[in-house]
Design a protein around this ligand. Structure first.
Ligand code: NAG
Ligand code: NAG
Length: 178
């Protein structure tokens, strides 16, 4: 009798395992994710994470940053405060001043996760960032690791801007299908 009971339990476990695996396959086909991060552009001080590498000659150059190129390795944190929040990754890439008459940045960066469940995975973000607008939407054009084949968008809102130094903290909400 004990043998029959054991067999029954085994069958039950097998059925549960099949149900669980088919459920994960179904959600794996089209997963929606929302990730919220804070992006810290530190241009001032002894160890800036955003450095200017090019600049256009001409009168509009300083007003709208047209023709300027910044290379960044900005910290990405869980909360808004760079000093006390957990660093979850880096935003590596470049942004260029692409607006002649109004500030409009062309962002070209990879969010590299270095902690938590996404450690080692990346999300590629490309798009126009009119940084003085309240909400700027950019495209998520791909990803690696957990985010392989990612598509989606990112919305950026400025959390803090130090007008004296130019240091900025921007909230990024990333919506990904993968
Ligand atoms: C973070 O730390 C730096 C240097 O230690 C300090 O100058 C800055 O005011 C701090 N920022 C906040 C938001 O506490
Ligand atoms: C992230 O992954 C790297 C490489 O596998 C590993 O060395 C590192 O310790 C991990 N970091 C965290 C915070 O888990």
């Amino acid at each position: 009798m004990a043998g029959a009971a054991e067999l029954l339990i085994l069958i039950l476990i097998l059925i549960l395992a099949i149900v669980a695996s088919s459920a994960s396959v179904a959600s794996g086909d089209d997963k929606d994710m929302h990730i919220k991060l804070y992006w810290h552009d530190v241009v001032s001080g002894p160890s800036p994470t955003a450095v200017q590498v090019a600049q256009a000659a001409g009168t509009n150059a300083s007003k709208t940053f047209f023709g300027g190129v910044m290379v960044i390795d900005d910290a990405l944190t869980e909360g808004p405060d760079l000093n006390s929040s957990k660093i979850v990754g880096r935003a590596q890439g470049a942004y260029i001043g692409a607006g002649r008459d109004k500030l409009s940045l062309m962002m070209n960066m990879v969010f590299v996760f270095e902690a938590g469940e996404y450690n080692g995975s990346t999300v590629a973000i490309l798009g126009r960032n009119a940084a003085f607008n309240a909400v700027r939407e950019m495209a998520v054009v791909g990803g690696t690791g957990v985010f392989r084949g990612a598509r989606g968008y990112a919305q950026a809102t400025t959390h803090a801007l130090d007008v004296k130094t130019g240091d900025a903290t921007v909230e990024y909400n990333i919506y990904i299908k993968h």
